[in-house]
Design a protein around this ligand. Structure first.
Ligand code: FRU
Length: 524
């Protein structure tokens, strides 16, 4: 028989104890279900910003990240760590780097030192060397130059690290307040290690034979390109021009604020690097005069993106990842358990275009391996409001959509994602104003920041479009648009109260020749 007397205290304790602990737990799992992305990397808990130390070794892509492990806003920086075999499924690893007596561990990079030029090797495994910025909080408080560059090495392929205590910092501050985010790479053309870092309003280049002793080479950027804020997180690498044997040097340069549509953003420059100096390609100059810039992404949520080192040449790939947020509101976005995610990893290609060059960006191919089924529709006339798919057939929280628009007219083509709560995310092409856009002004929560959804994001196009191809990746809280094979890219986040369950298009005529919905499935 059930002993009521015995059960009563238990029942009462459940009733009274439930609120605090259980409620928090329930809230957390509700947030997990609602906002934890399906296929974009997020830390299990707490704050993350920039990607750091990207390298590939022995079948594993390593991703480190700016991490504050004890809270959901920015704090004393550590390097968190995650690994992946295919760049899509990530496994979080123990924290890689902790602050020490030189300060917090800000952004930086890592490389496999194949020839053991650093001497850190043990004769068995090639050491991995990380170079990062130390930021000393007490110097900063005292208004002194607080940023310098330090190194650490790993003898187990990036899982555990030792700081180079006897030699750190390896690059001292030259008296510049913002002096950070070193990106190292092997410069095979000039047989040297080359490093680029951000020094307030310019990029600075250094070279080394051993990754420990660094020689200042030159700088680039004063008065060139966009300067609406401090330059941060540069990257320098060589890229082959598609369909030719020509190679060019690419400089990625993030800045905050001053991005294409406000806040944080990333611009790029194409040129040459002679082992000492980076100079712009002549054909690229007029793209960036008078404060103009070439933007890697026009959306508001792709920042501090850098590329993986040591991806084998045979793969021929330059792959980058960015932080999918913006300093304008990153610390107040409506998730509590963790804050922010990364973009989908993207492959960069360099294309000759109109006598100059441009970077094309596309999601890495591996995303296609997660396609579970495909819905294809053809020959859809674009007029009035046409429903393209609903929640009955498509889960809009994990889908890769590809739409080919043809015979376009002057006017506005709007794709509208909506749900029963009346929330709408609109994106598309204004073929009169000649721009692409994302409008998240009525796409759910926004009151957490005045800057989050105050305007429509735009990416200006160089001409009226007769046709255009949209590739759109949707996750629970993000949209990534790659227009015409990544000629123009827009990445943004949103926070709906329930998932979108309908996609429509309206426009002034023309047709969708074909639209493909690749439903993505991730067995977790
Ligand atoms: C960019 C940045 C870097 C810095 C890091 C600190 O988002 O400001 O310049 O190293 O974040 O977390």
């Amino acid at each position: 028989m059930i002993n009521i007397k015995k059960l009563l205290p238990l029942a009462l304790s459940c009733i009274f104890l439930q609120p605090a602990a259980l409620q928090a737990q329930q809230q957390q799992s509700a947030e997990e279900i609602q906002y934890r992305p399906n296929f974009h990397f997020t830390p299990k808990a707490n704050w993350m910003n920039d990607p750091n130390g990207l390298f590939y070794s022995e079948g594993i892509y390593h991703l480190y990240f700016q991490y504050w492990p004890y809270g959901n806003v920015w704090g004393p920086m550590h390097w968190g760590h995650a690994t992946s075999k295919d760049l899509i499924k990530w496994e979080e690893q123990p924290i890689a780097l902790y602050p020490d007596r030189f300060g917090y561990i800000f952004s930086g990079s890592a490389t496999v030192d194949l020839k053991n030029t650093s001497g850190f090797g043990d004769g068995k495994t090639a050491p991995v060397v990380a170079i990062f910025t130390y930021c000393d909080p007490s110097l900063e408080k005292a208004g002194k130059d607080a940023q310098s560059q330090g190194i650490a090495y790993s003898l187990d392929n990036g899982f555990t690290w030792s700081k180079y205590d006897e030699g750190n910092p390896v690059i001292k501050s030259p008296g510049i307040k913002d002096f950070r985010d070193p990106k190292v790479t092997w410069d095979s053309e000039h047989n040297q290690w080359v490093l680029v870092l951000a020094a307030q309003d310019k990029a600075q280049f250094y070279s080394s034979d051993n990754l420990k002793d660094w020689k200042y080479l030159s700088d680039f950027g004063v008065g060139i390109g966009a300067h609406g804020g401090v330059w941060e997180c540069p990257d320098l690498f060589q890229l082959k021009v598609e369909g030719s044997n020509e190679t060019k040097w690419v400089l990625l340069q993030s800045l905050n604020p001053g991005g294409a549509n406000g806040g944080s953003g990333t611009q790029y420059f194409i040129g040459n690097f002679d082992g000492k100096t980076f100079s712009l390609d002549k054909s690229f100059e007029d793209k960036i005069i008078n404060g103009k810039a070439a933007w890697l992404d026009y959306g508001r949520d792709n920042y501090a993106g850098v590329t993986w080192n040591n991806v084998p040449d045979s793969e021929g790939r330059k792959i980058m990842i960015g932080w999918m947020s913006n300093w304008d509101y990153a610390t107040v976005v409506p998730t509590q358990g963790w804050r922010s995610s990364m973009t989908v990893p993207r492959e960069l290609k360099l294309q000759k275009f109109n006598g100059s060059y441009r970077l094309l960006t596309a999601p890495v191919k591996a995303i296609e391996n997660y396609s579970s089924n495909t819905l294809v529709k053809e020959k859809i006339k674009v007029k009035d409001i046409v429903t393209l798919a609903t929640g009955e057939t498509i889960d809009f929280t994990a889908v890769d959509i590809q739409a080919e628009l043809r015979n376009l007219k002057s006017g506005i083509y709007s794709f509208v994602l909506s749900n029963a709560a009346g929330e709408k995310l609109t994106f598309g092409l204004d073929n009169k104003g000649q721009f692409l856009f994302i409008d998240r002004t009525v796409a759910g929560k926004k009151s957490f920041s005045e800057k989050f959804a105050n305007t429509v994001t735009k990416a200006v196009l160089d001409k009226v479009q007769k046709e255009g191809n949209f590739r759109v990746l949707l996750d629970k809280t993000s949209i990534e648009i790659f227009y015409n094979d990544g000629e123009t890219v827009l990445t943004e986040i949103f926070f709906t109260s329930k998932p979108f369950d309908k996609l429509t298009i309206t426009g002034p005529g023309g047709e969708i020749k074909k639209i493909k919905f690749n439903q993505l499935k991730f067995n977790k």
